[in-house]
Design a binder for this molecule. Structure first.
Ligand SMILES: Nc1ncnc2c1ncn2[C@@H]1O[C@H](COP(=O)(O)OP(=O)(O)O)[C@@H](O)[C@H]1O
Ligand SMILES: [Mg+2]
Length: 362
């Protein structure tokens, strides 16, 4: 296990890259990095791994400055989206590869391969070649190759994105178990909501080359610091509506929706914001069917996902669309108009620059 710290770490490419970033990851933590494509997730991981050279800043592992050290001297290992196995080597040889390169004794290599294969349930596959393996098995081999040297930190860049849905779920459970078993510090990049929410001790949300917020999954879900974080956490995505501030006092804030109706938000605003434009955020699971409610729309699409159902609604005037979670026994017809209410404590309010207004504690 190792701690990881980056200080003022940046990478300047012509257009984008990574803005100066500070981040501290504790010993044994499972940190998940999420954010839209191109926001700098892989860049951050590659800088930590030593695969790219930073434009500025430092990387510290266990307090030791490794910024100038090569990838092999950082005590970490990386797993990529493409498994990059050697096709002509067997599973055992692929897993053993880092130890073979380091010219470790044969007996040690055999013992380590056996231990890793047992951890990853690859014992029966050791003599096969990669082409005779399923996607999930290949990914397990690439993980085996990464952990064979007992890295203090395991870096994983979208390791499951090439797998089908069922396999992703199984592998997600395997990562959770692996983390418990190895107690290795893990930094895991994904764009999958569920992976992030279920695996992470803490989630790092990135956007446009910077870290927007770091926190426990539920804290980010409940108290996103920005619109970007609110959109990144939660599935289906939070509904965003342009609103106007009507009134605000110590008890909360009243906003006017595009439809002209009024909604109460448990948020505290700076004084003299009345009349200002803002963005209201309401999660699909917080919209409650209520004939008197301020939100409404016409059902365009209805998805029944077993225990959960989601209605995609269009505003009657062609305004902003809305996604609402409905009880699974709710009968819905396409074209039906449904009205919803939201508890003021569940509504989020964001300023024009995307920063969340402080929530009133319940
Ligand atoms: N080697 C490179 N040369 C030029 N630009 C790059 C290079 N690698 C990444 N970038 C740019 O840096 C940004 C972040 O990329 P990346 O870290 O791969 O994003 P992510 O992994 O979040 O999808 C993107 O705009 C990408 O085009
Ligand atoms: Mg990437």
């Amino acid at each position: 296990m190792s701690s990881v710290e980056v200080a003022g770490l940046s990478k300047i490419y012509q257009a984008a890259g990574l803005m100066p970033t500070d981040l501290t990851i504790d010993d044994g933590e499972f940190v998940v990095i999420v954010g839209p494509s191109g926001c700098g997730k892989s860049t951050l991981l590659r800088l930590i791994a030593g695969l790219d050279e930073p434009s500025a800043g430092q990387v510290l592992i266990d307090g030791r400055d490794v910024t100038a050290a090569g990838p092999a001297d950082r005590g970490l290992a990386m797993v990529f989206q493409s498994y990059a196995l050697y096709p002509h080597l067997t599973v055992a040889q692929n897993i053993a590869f880092p130890l073979t390169m380091a010219r470790r004794p044969k007996a040690e290599i055999a013992a380590r391969v056996a231990a890793v294969a047992a951890t990853l349930e690859l014992g029966d596959l050791l003599d096969r070649r990669p082409r005779a393996l399923s996607g999930g098995q290949r990914q397990r081999v690439s993980i085996g190759r990464a952990i064979i040297r007992n890295p203090g930190v395991l870096l994983l860049d979208e390791p499951l994105s090439n797998l089908d849905a069922a396999l992703r779920v199984r592998m997600r459970h395997e990562f959770a178990r692996l983390h418990q078993r190895l107690a290795t510090t893990m930094i895991y990049v994904t764009h999958d909501q569920v992976e992030a929410m279920t695996l992470a001790n803490r989630i790092v949300v990135m956007a446009r080359g910077r870290v927007e917020q770091v926190g426990a999954p539920l804290d980010l879900y409940r108290t996103p610091a920005t619109i970007g974080v609110a959109v990144a956490i939660g599935s289906p995505s939070i509904n965003l509506l342009p609103v106007t501030i009507v009134a605000s006092d110590s008890g909360g804030t009243t906003v006017r929706l595009p439809a002209g109706t009024i909604c109460r938000v448990a948020a505290r605003l700076p004084s003299n914001m009345v009349g200002a434009r803002a963005t209201l955020g309401v999660r699909p699971e917080h919209l409650r069917a209520d004939a008197e409610g301020s939100f409404s729309g016409v059902v365009e699409l209805f998805e029944r996902l077993g225990p959960l159902s989601f209605a995609h609604l269009a505003a009657p005037d062609g305004g902003d669309a809305l996604v609402a979670q409905l009880p699974s026994d709710r009968h819905v017809t396409l074209g039906e108009r449904i009205a919803f209410a939201v508890d003021s404590a569940d509504a989020l309010l964001f300023a024009a620059d995307g920063a969340a207004f402080a929530r009133l504690s319940p």
